[in-house]
Design a protein around this ligand. Structure first.
Ligand SMILES: [Zn+2]
Length: 79
């Protein structure tokens, strides 16, 4: 499951990241009961939080990492 957050626009608050559907449901219901006496607030929504992948790393950072790893390997092999 893609990590998600519960957002209540009425209260202008967003939950922490939820990694399971049950955790997200608990966050939503807890907020409804504590802040809205169990009612569904207008404007509540679920936000998908995209997970970063290796392809999201900037090219310059990839090149710098490869150079650093090659330098470390050269030092280790030179001993
Ligand atoms: Zn609210």
């Amino acid at each position: 499951m893609t990590p998600k957050k519960y957002r209540c626009n009425a209260c202008r608050t967003t939950s922490p990241l939820c990694f399971t559907d049950s955790a997200l449901h608990r966050e939503k219901m807890r907020h409804r009961y504590l802040a809205h006496t169990g009612h569904r607030p207008d404007g509540e929504r679920i936000i998908d939080v995209p997970v970063a992948s290796l392809f999201d790393i900037p090219r310059g950072q990839v090149i710098a990492t490869v150079i650093l790893l090659l330098a470390v390997a050269a030092v280790v092999l030179a001993r």
